[in-house]
Design a binder for this molecule. Structure first.
Ligand code: ZN
Ligand code: ZN
Length: 374
């Protein structure tokens, strides 16, 4: 391909002339036709009209060959879903005939279930020709149904149950909020890729919380995160619930995550010494040893872990005020509730501590332990 030229010999010299377009007579540029006629014969895209957009009435997902395409969470939040749904539909229905096309949609008329749009395509029908724009008038008809995910969810389908329990106490509000947040975030993250990424039921009672989940895989990954976040005990079991269409046994998983009686701020004993829990994470339990006045981190697999026992709740700490601070002398403090005065060795305090400062302490078996500053 290239420019269409005619070779002419004029006065003994070879001259090349542009041939006219055989369709319209304008100078031909490609394959014997002008650029306009070439563009007409080589459209940028192919699209049918009318198109039907099958959408889920509950979540807005769009039916595509082989399944449902979910809207991303950001777009599912907005009131007007159709531009996002139309993007999905056009992605399937518009057949590009050349590379590098830019598509824009202009709303022409919108009725309840029918939408008229002008679809504009910008591109080059041939690399030697300048870009041009084509316009297509397309009618989109909406039809509504229920997607697989919403169908399973409303039918109460679940593959796995996640149970959250705690040792000898109830879940705190903070823990409940934290767990719900983790479950929600991880479900949303999986939602786009996994049709079963949903929670069909959440219950909460004095024993803890239960989540029924559509996806076994999702349930396991959430359990992994909670297990390491709370350094919790994990138990898993399976129950045969029937057979699938192929005759294969179908199981339902139950994962139990048991949190420790102690939480952050509570007191425990490690190697028989009173300690305050500072942090729990994948790396282990970080605590402040109230005798050695130092922070340590231990792994649940360590031998020290086996000496770990619950001591008392964080509310047991008491508030004191420094009443007298003279260098080289014991520090005097007053219990904020009982107004009792205690004297403590100054080595227990930071050098910059001054009279009037509030500190916290824990009394165990009549011994006073100064808590690390928050
Ligand atoms: Zn022409
Ligand atoms: Zn749906």
């Amino acid at each position: 391909m290239g420019q269409t030229l005619i070779d002419l010999e004029i006065c003994g010299r070879l001259v090349q002339l542009k041939a006219p377009c055989y369709q319209c007579g304008e100078p031909a540029v490609l394959d014997g036709v002008c650029s306009e006629c070439y563009d007409k014969e080589h459209p940028l895209i192919e699209v049918k009209t009318p198109l039907t957009l099958h959408a889920c009435k509950s979540c807005g997902s769009v039916k595509i060959p082989g399944g449902w395409k979910k809207l991303t969470f950001a777009s599912a939040d907005s009131d007007d879903l159709w531009p996002h749904q139309l993007d999905i539909l056009l992605d399937i229905e518009v057949k590009p005939l050349v590379h590098g096309i830019e598509l824009t949609i202009e709303e022409e008329k919108r009725l309840d279930r029918v939408l008229h749009i002008i679809l504009k395509a910008l591109g080059q029908s041939h690399k030697d020709l300048p870009p041009h724009e084509e316009q297509y008038s397309v009618e989109v008809r909406f039809s509504y149904g229920t997607c697989d995910t919403c169908g399973m969810k409303s039918g109460g389908y679940y593959e796995a149950t996640l149970q959250i329990r705690v040792d000898e106490r109830q879940l705190t509000e903070e823990e409940e909020d934290d767990i719900v947040r983790i479950v929600t975030e991880m479900t949303i993250a999986q939602y786009e890729f996994d049709d079963k990424a949903f929670v069909s039921k959440i219950t909460s009672d004095k024993y803890g919380m239960n989540f029924q989940m559509g996806s076994d895989h999702l349930c396991r990954s959430i359990a992994d995160v909670l297990e390491s976040r709370y350094l919790a005990e994990r138990k898993q079991n399976y129950k045969l619930v029937g057979q699938d269409k192929g005759g294969k046994d179908k199981y339902r998983t139950t994962i139990l995550i048991r949190l420790h009686r102690f939480g952050i701020g509570d007191f425990v004993r490690v190697l028989d010494k009173p300690c305050q829990v500072i942090e729990m994470s994948k790396g282990g339990l970080t605590y402040f040893d109230l005798v050695r006045r130092q922070r340590f981190t231990m792994n649940p697999k360590s031998s020290k872990w086996r000496t770990l026992e619950y001591l008392t709740a964080k509310d047991e700490k008491r508030e004191f005020m420094i009443t007298t601070r003279v260098y080289g002398q014991p520090v005097q403090l007053m219990d904020s509730k009982t107004f009792e005065i205690t004297e403590l060795d100054e080595s227990l305090f930071d050098d910059d501590i001054e009279a009037g400062t509030t500190v916290y302490g824990l009394i165990i078996d009549e011994d006073f332990y100064l808590l690390p500053r928050e």
